[in-house]
Design a protein around this ligand. Structure first.
Ligand code: SAM
Ligand code: DTB
Ligand code: SF4
Length: 336
């Protein structure tokens, strides 16, 4: 057994240092896989993957300039701006997601921040989706304290707000909002008692040091996020990051493995980018600890693998949808 395996899983550490995380990334591939799989088995059913469905409730026209995002109004290929979706349409999608076997329904809005005038409409969506017996998640940009409290009251289970990358690389990707802004939103979410879903994107031209830096920022938060989406950049024409060199797929697997080791009790989501991953690459990600996916043909504006393909893949791998409590007795992530 490589050193550290037993130590790594025993406690949730929130004092990760750059050098030791880079050392994890630099392990021989097989040692890293073994360590990550060991930690994964100690905390989760290795053959269960949580299924979330995503719906864009407000598409396009966003005021932020995120270099990866097709919904930013700053980029020439910006997708058409649409108004906030009516409640009935949201409920129709949520019912379909439930029938398709999703356990969590995530609603995303291309907003810089939630405006007070929209809070009640979003709260009604959360209440409606919750009443179907689904877990609820929203991602609406920056959030203030009173807004987080209102969403909690409405029954919100998760708020997704990503740190996206390391603090050092962040300014190369987004200039209209700071890292600090993001940390403040996560603080309001946490303080309101809502589970935090926070992760980032890789494949944006960042270095391994930045990938380690992102995972350190996440793992060293006051409480580790209950859910950690790792997105592989989906390149979209007209966005500043379109055409950037693809990330080596084994480096992506390493990133998932290191995330699993550092955040042993968090759900690690193999998020955007699966459309460009082979079945074998996804299988390797599940092996090293990814245990959540977005299911359904579309993410927010870009394609996701079709549902039949995912069903076949799960069957071939003997993976079942996650339905209950994880193995661990620790309640830090028990609602995930
Ligand atoms: N506007 C809100 C925000 O940014 O917090 C919520 C929606 S935004 C689309 C949610 C997340 O999607 C971003 O933080 C980013 O991590 C991810 N994302 C957006 N475009 C992406 C792309 N082209 N490839 C991979 N991930 C992407
Ligand atoms: C997250 O981390 N990834 C999802 C979700 N949170 C909201 C969004 C991915 C978006 C990919 C680009 C698009 O479809 O527009
Ligand atoms: Fe707007 Fe979110 Fe896209 Fe950034 S990632 S441009 S905040 S929708």
């Amino acid at each position: 057994m490589p050193e550290n395996v037993a130590e790594t899983q025993a406690t949730i550490r929130q004092d990760w240092k750059q050098e030791e995380v880079e050392a994890l990334f630099a392990l021989p591939f097989n040692d890293l896989l073994y360590q990550a799989q060991t930690v994964h088995r100690q905390n989760f059913d290795p053959n269960a993957v949580q299924i979330s469905t995503l719906l864009s409730i407000k598409t396009g026209g966003c005021a932020e300039d995120c270099g990866y995002c097709p919904q930013s109004a700053h980029h020439p290929s910006a997708v058409k701006a649409e108004p906030l979706m009516p409640l009935e349409q949201v409920m129709k999608s949520a019912n379909e997601a439930k029938d398709a076997g999703a356990s969590r329904f995530c609603m995303g809005a291309a907003w810089r921040n939630l405006k007070d005038r929209d809070v009640e409409r979003v709260a009604a969506m959360v209440e409606g989706v919750k009443s179907l017996g689904l877990e609820t998640c929203v991602t609406l940009g920056m959030l203030e304290e009173h807004q987080a409290k209102r969403l909690k009251e409405a029954g919100l289970d998760y708020y997704n707000h990503n740190l996206d990358t390391s603090p050092e690389f962040y300014g190369d990707i987004i200039t209209t909002r700071t890292y600090e802004d993001r940390l403040n939103t996560l603080g309001h979410v946490r303080d309101a008692g809502i589970n935090v879903c926070s992760g980032g994107i890789v494949g944006m031209g960042e270095s391994r040091k930045d990938r380690a830096g992102l995972l350190i920022s996440l793992a060293n938060l006051p409480t580790q996020p209950q859910s950690v989406p790792i997105n592989l950049l989906v390149q979209v024409e007209g966005t500043p990051l379109n055409g950037i060199d693809n990330l080596d797929s084994l480096e992506f697997v390493r990133t998932i493995a290191v995330a699993r080791i550092m955040m042993p009790k968090s759900f690690v989501r193999l998020s955007a980018g699966r459309e460009n991953m082979s079945d074998e690459m996804q299988a390797m990600c599940f092996l090293v600890g990814a245990n959540s996916i977005f299911y359904g043909d579309k993410l927010l504006t870009t394609d996701n693998p079709d549902a039949n393909h995912d069903q076949q893949l799960f069957k071939r791998l003997g993976i079942n949808p996650w339905v209950g409590e994880e193995k661990s007795e620790d309640k830090q992530c028990s609602a995930a």
